[in-house]
Design a protein around this ligand. Sequence first.
Ligand code: PHE
Length: 347
Amino acid sequence: MEIFDKVEEIKGQINAYTIDSVETLEAFRIQYLGTKNSIKPLFAEMRNVPNEQKKEFGQKLNELKVIAEARYEEVKAGIEQQSNKDAAASLDLFAPGSTLGQGTRHPVSIVMDRVISIFEKIGFSVAEEREIEDDWHNFTAMNTPEDHPARDMQDTFYLKTEVKSDIQRLLRTHTSSVQARVMENSKPPIRIIAPGRVYRNETISARSHCQFHQVEGLYIDKKASFADMKQTLLYYAREMYGPDTKIRLRPSYFPFTEPSAEMDVYWGLKTETDHKITKGTGWLEILGCGMVDPNVLKNCGIDPEEYTGFAFGMGIERQAMLQYKISDIRLLFENDVRFLNQFAAAK
Ligand code: PHE
């Protein structure tokens, strides 16, 4: 019977099929075990087989399947064993373990930590507070009136809240909000610095960003004076920029200090870049400062008749950019490892 010959033929093919690679094994599987395998059509021939031979034919077809499966499993096991052997042969038990790539400190953290340790040496301790503030601590307590331009939507990120509340929440625009919180919660003498992130609704460019870092300082005691402040800031400038650093204080205005000043350090005019970054003056503005306004003390529960204080606030990004000659502030927020890796050895 012709159809029986066909079965024998396929059986011969299965046994003779050369399987010598993962690819030929897969071709074999598709050919004899896949959904469109070449054994399948033979089952359809069953109806042409005389009744007395149907049983035998069925058995032969099943046998074909079993042979194909057995061959497949056998070769597959062989290939797997071989690849395990290969892997074992190339396994060097004495190779040193692979190390995890070590991260580097971010330039902003490096500078911030330096600022902190400079002030810790003279007895300041670190105070940290929330970044989502209410307008009392960020503005009102800090003597910043309702109509002050800093309160404008253009400068401040205000938060929409689901629950109806009289408290307007916002992303703090400066770390001066920490002053208010610390004064509310502690009794003088107070000597704190407050490092942290602040937010302003500014267009992002090479020179300004909508988020940056500040370190705030607050000193309150019975006879804290402007001279104490100047000496403290001179100490800071010399620790940070070298023992011969010169500073100058220029009159300025902040709602929460009176009198107010801005402090410059003398950077020099040696190079063309020096001219550019100091606008030809040689001086660089580093921070804002002043004597804590009596209204602020009162707002935060401290008697201005008994206590006086000084406060200062400095930006960190600008100091990091000066120190490491970074020309674009955006680099500090992109976390590109090619940029960050350059600070691996930075102190
Ligand atoms: N908060 C001010 C600013 O963000 C800086 C400052 C702090 C000035 C403390 C005086 C006293 O510009």
